[in-house]
Structures are given as structure tokens and as C-alpha cells.
Design a protein around this ligand. Structure first.
Ligand SMILES: [Zn+2]
Length: 179
């Protein structure tokens, strides 16, 4: 894992985006939620996918991404919105269990227009925050101003495996307690 500055991250993101969309245009989030995440997919539901953010605000940062291209929460039927919130809740629980952060931030951000590091497609950030001082202020966690966490490929796969394993153990425990 390395923490790179914003400019370096943006350059890598451009390359990643180009690869993900195979040079075609289109929405990165649509691609990610519909098969493009590959090994970075950690969980999915009818309406959403949870992926490891390759350009993370903090170690273990996950993204909950709707499978359909919708830009505003108010355009989502409740069935879809609540399904995505369920994934967000599960992701928060799994992050707590995996990484033991001081806090977990969840945030729906996204730009009104496509910008290099953010997307208009509805998605939720689920971010473990390890600091308890000034660095844990939302504005500092949610921006790339302090650098971006980039993983080695092997490391990213290991994190995803860990998350998937804890996620499925949690699901089995929940299913058992519901019996
Ligand atoms: Zn999209």
C-alpha cells in the first residue's frame, strides 16, 4: 500500500478508467457494478454491488454502487434505495469487524457532472477512519487533499478476500439466528 498525492492518483485513475471502459466512453460506476469490478467485487444484491475502492480515502474504503444508472437518490424507488442502504449497513459492520477503525463514515457524494475523481451515478462511500484527531474531520477524510491510498494488486485481492470471508460468515450467522 502506498499513499500517493492527488495528481498521481488522478493520472492512475485516468488509466484505470480507460482500461475499465476499454477505451469506450460511458459510466465507470455502471461498468464497476455490472461485472467490471472483477476481483474487487466483495458483495452484491439485486440492485447493487460492493467493491473495494482502488483509490481509497482510507485503507479498506468500500463503495456501494447501484447497478442501474441513476443519479439522484430521489429517482430511486424505495425498494432499490433500501436495498443499497442494506448493503451500506452490512459493509459498515464488516469494516468494523475486519479493520477495527475508530469510526466508519458513510457518504453519498457525487458530482452533478462527470469530473475526474467523482461520478454522478448514485453510490455510497463506506470509509473506515482510523484517526481520532483533526485528520478524522469529514472534509479531510472525504477529499483527496491528503493523498490517496493505492494498493498493490495482490494486497487489494487479499483485502477483498478478507472482506468477503467476514461478510459471508456474518450472513451465515444472521441466517442461523433467524431460524
Ligand atoms: Zn452509471
Amino acid at each position: 500500500m502506498q499513499v500517493v498525492d492527488k495528481e498521481t492518483a488522478l493520472a492512475q485513475l485516468r488509466a484505470h478508467k480507460h482500461e475499465l471502459l476499454a477505451g469506450r466512453g460511458g459510466c465507470v460506476m455502471c461498468a464497476l457494478a455490472n461485472g467490471g469490478a472483477g476481483a474487487m467485487l466483495v458483495a452484491e444484491s439485486d440492485h447493487g454491488a460492493v467493491v473495494l475502492d482502488r483509490f481509497a480515502c482510507r485503507y479498506g474504503h468500500l463503495l456501494v454502487v447501484g447497478k442501474r444508472h441513476v443519479e439522484r437518490a430521489s429517482e430511486l424507488p424505495w425498494e432499490v434505495y433500501s436495498d443499497l442502504q442494506r448493503l451500506t449497513y452490512d459493509a459498515s459492520c464488516v469494516i468494523d469487524a475486519c479493520f477495527k477503525p475508530a469510526r466508519v463514515f458513510t457518504a453519498t457524494l457525487g458530482a452533478a457532472v462527470e469530473l475526474p475523481q467523482t461520478y454522478s451515478h448514485y453510490h455510497v462511500h463506506v470509509i473506515p477512519v482510523y484517526e481520532t484527531d483533526e485528520r478524522a474531520r469529514p472534509a479531510r477524510v472525504l477529499s483527496w487533499s491528503e493523498g490517496v491510498v493505492i494498493y498493490e494488486a495482490v494486497e487489494a485481492e487479499r483485502i477483498c478476500e478478507q472482506v468477503r470471508e467476514v461478510w459471508s460468515r456474518r450472513n451465515s450467522a444472521l441466517a442461523k439466528s433467524a431460524e
